[in-house]
Design a binder for this molecule. Sequence first.
Ligand code: RB5
Length: 152
Amino acid sequence: MAVVALGADHAGFHLKEALKQWLLGRGHRVLDLGTDSTTSVDYPDFAAAVGVAVSSGHAARGVLVCGTGIGMAIAANKVTGVRAAQCNDVASAQISRQHNDTNVLALGARTTREDTALSIVDAWLETAFEGGRHTQRVEKVRALENTHAPAR
Ligand code: RB5
């Protein structure tokens, strides 16, 4: 099984722990990049750690959890090579794989029930990128990383 990197802030800690146990129980390999408690921390630090793990190839996919998943997705998408989607439902997670080839999933522990979150992760991990017409669109997304950087 490919490695799944996990990261969370204090708001996402408990759901991240539940996800870890569930993933291990399903035979996945997990790279847990923290946080390790409910002590207040800053979500970008964990989004960066998981984003770099995925971008560098140390993990095939990453799952991030904060209060809403929004901050994690915003931050993770700043890492070159990351395509992160914040998903509250299974259909969005599946389409994010089929059309957008997402490699990071962001979940909201304050907005998503645990059983729903597990279903979202399950669907997201099991769904393949469709390729075809979506390939050139993902390539255009990737090209934005180079074409819209401010001049220094
Ligand atoms: C932390 O209180 C909260 O702001 C964070 O978990 C997340 O929801 C940010 O997007």
